[in-house]
Structures are given as C-alpha cells and as structure tokens.
Design a protein. Structure first.
Length: 403
C-alpha cells in the first residue's frame, strides 16, 4: 500500500535555472506589450519603419529562389551559411574598407544570435565583460545569461574613454569589451576615430577581445563615415565585427553575420550547430538574390533620407515637450536619441502617466550595467512620420506636465 501511495503522490518538478530569474525579461518588450494599442504613438520600440521596406524587391527574391532552386532553398544548409550570401557579405565588407573573404564570415539568425554564440564561445561563468555605459539592453541580457560579471566603462558624450578602459583592463582582467561604436543603442552617439584607434591599441597592449556591433552604421544622415575598429591593425586579430540586415532590409528575415578570426569563428560555428544547425536556407538565398538583383545601397539611402527627416522633426519638437533644463543629443544617423531630464525627474516612475496620454518612451535605467541614471530616456524617431512625431511629442509634454 505504501508503494501505491507514493506512486500516486505528485512531486514538484525541478526548479528553473537560476540564470532565468537572475536576468529577467526585457523592459523594452514589456513596454511594447503594454502600449500595443493602435492609438499609442510609440517612441519606445527600435522598430524600422515598415512602409519603407522594399517589400516588392524582397518578395521577388523569394519568388525567384523558390521557382529556380526549390530543392536547395527548402533543404538543410551548412552551419557557416550559404556560400553565395557569405561571398556577397564579404564583398560588401571589403568595399567598406575591411578586406574580408567568405571564410571570414558566419551567417547568424540575426546579429542577436551572433552575440549569444560569442558569449558561448568566449565567456565562462564569473568572467568579466566590459560594456559601454549605458549599453544595448539585449547585450546585457546575453552576458548575464552567460554568467558574466558586467562592468561599465566610464565615458562621455563621445562614448568610451580609452584611458578609463585601460585602467579597467589592468584592474579587472576582462575577457572582452562590447561596443556599438556607431549610432549607439540607446544613446545614438558615435565613437570618434581617434578613440577607436586608442581602444584598438589598448586591446593589443593589454590582451582583450573587442566585440564591435554595427547594426546601424549604414543609416547615416550626415557627416563622414568612421572606420570600423576592426579595420585598425592593432585590433585585426582580436575584433569580432557584427552586422545585420534587420535595419537596412527587414528584421523579419532574421539575418545577421559575424566576421571573426578563424579560431573564434570555428568555435562560434560549433556553438551554432548546437543552437539551430543553420540559419534558414530560403532566407539566406533570398537575401543573396536581392543583393545580386537590386541595389541595396540605393534602398538604404532612401531609408536614411526619410529617417533624417524624422530625426529633424523630433529635434524640432523636443524643446516644447520637455521640462526646462533637459538636454539631448543630435545623432548623425541611426534610430535613437538620448534625453536627460533635470533632477528630480524619474523617467521610470513617470512612464505610466505618459502612457495615459497614448505615447511611450523607454526609461534609461535598464540600459545601465552599474548605477542607473533615472533621469534619462531613449526615444526612437524612425517608426513614425514627422506629423505623428509632432503629435507624439505634444502628448509627451502633457504626460510630463509641461503642456
């Protein structure tokens, strides 16, 4: 009878991994879920403008691939990526000043996967990772899941301070530095060329991997392009460059890539085999066909032109929407700008009142690995038209008690 009683009883299942509760979800995704109502003007998401997608060109690429090579398009592929796409990505990278061959490239399911693969290949629990302050939120999640100790590097309006970086490298002995040096998320700032060279020199002198994430670099409205950190000789053997089609073609394709030294690229390929075997073949072949048949640079220029007008509309409306004493930047490209309200404003506490006005932003606190600056917020200026941006800023002013 005791055996029957024991078998009939229900035991609790084992607990979830500690890392799940330790890292938590994305505040940005949580805000988007709350503000999904169509009447909300949402400055919170990092969503490209859907009306600017080249839907016709992408659809034609899929049609051609499925009509001409259906067996290949619908079949398994190699982990490293379809050769035609790797060759096209290598050629685009080389044209922009960084000599690259197809074997230097690993295709990933969005550049977010590239971050996860790098964390798997490089980070042991307890390793130290250096990040910008503030930092791209999903990178903080990736490194947190890997069990890293995350340390922010001091900086200013231009980004990471190379002298502070070197002091931290000496003291903390980190595994890597993660940076979005061009039109950074969340601040929109761009790291100047002299700092890039200095960071490359620190990495060479002190022994450090650099993970250079560049999802926004092609979205330049004004100013001159700044070379990748990966293009500096000091950093050539220790920099991983990440790219993505999400901001320049369409995020639904989930196509990204990483360019890395051979040993690290092989390690990432092994990690990818364990994660998803390979990125969807049909998506890769369609992207390669699009690059062969269309001029992506012309499309990107059109998108960047529209985004520049939207940035200007937001900049024009901010003085009337924000409290006196607020400061903000003027990014030369990308999707975001960064605002600091005067003390004692707390943008996290204020958000529910702002949402009542059918507008939303992202509070700045979650982007900080260290002590958060609670007076900051991120605004995305690309998803709405200039007219919608104007109305959204009027609503923001009411929510902040300005208008």
């Amino acid at each position: 009878m005791s055996l029957v009683a024991e078998s009939a009883s229900t035991a609790s299942v084992p607990p979830l991994a500690a890392r799940v509760s330790a890292v938590g979800g994305s505040p940005v995704r949580d805000i988007l879920a709350v503000t999904a109502r169509p009447e909300v003007i949402n400055f919170a998401g990092g969503l490209p403008a859907p009306e600017l997608f080249d839907a016709e060109g992408v659809a034609a690429a899929y049609r051609d691939v499925l009509a001409e090579t259906p067996a290949r398009a619908l079949q398994y592929s190699t982990t490293e990526g379809e050769p035609t796409l790797r060759a096209a990505l290598a050629a685009r990278t080389s044209l922009r000043g960084l000599a690259t061959g197809p074997d230097d490239v690993l295709v990933t399911t969005g550049s977010q996967q590239a971050l996860s693969l790098l964390a798997t290949a490089l980070i042991e629990p307890g390793d130290t990772v250096l990040v910008e302050n503030p930092c791209y939120l999903a990178a903080l999640q990736v490194f947190g899941f890997a069990g890293a100790r995350i340390v922010p590097v001091p900086g200013d309006a231009d980004g990471v301070d190379p002298r502070a970086l070197e002091e931290l490298v000496v003291r903390e002995r980190p595994k890597l530095l993660y940076t979005v040096p061009t039109f950074q998320n969340p601040t929109g700032r761009t790291l100047p060329a002299d700092r890039r060279a200095a960071i490359a020199a620190v990495a060479a002198r002190r022994g450090l991997w650099i993970v250079e994430d560049d999802p926004y670099g092609e979205l330049r409205f004004e100013g001159e392009r700044v070379p990748w950190i990966a293009s500096y000789e000091d950093a050539a053997d220790r920099t991983v460059l990440l790219g993505s089609f999400s901001k320049v073609m369409a995020p639904g394709l989930r196509l990204g890539w990483l360019r890395a030294p051979a040993g690290l690229l092989r390690a990432c390929a092994v990690a990818k085999q364990a994660a998803d075997l390979h990125t969807p073949t049909v998506n890769q072949l369609a992207a390669a066909r699009y690059l062969a048949d269309r001029d992506l640079d012309v499309h990107v220029a059109r998108v960047a032109g529209a985004y520049g007008e939207r940035r200007d509309a937001m900049l024009a409306g901010l003085p009337d929407a924000l409290p006196e004493g607020s400061v903000w930047n003027r990014p030369e490209g990308g999707m975001f700008l960064w605002v600091r309200l005067p003390e004692p404003y707390d943008t996290t506490a204020l958000l529910p009142k702002v949402v009542e006005q059918d507008v939303a932003y992202v509070p700045g606190a979650p982007f900080h690995a260290g002590e958060p600056d609670r007076s900051t917020l991120r605004l995305c200026f690309v998803t709405q038209t200039p007219e919608e941006i104007g109305e959204g800023l009027r609503r923001l002013g009411r929510g902040l008690g300005v208008a």
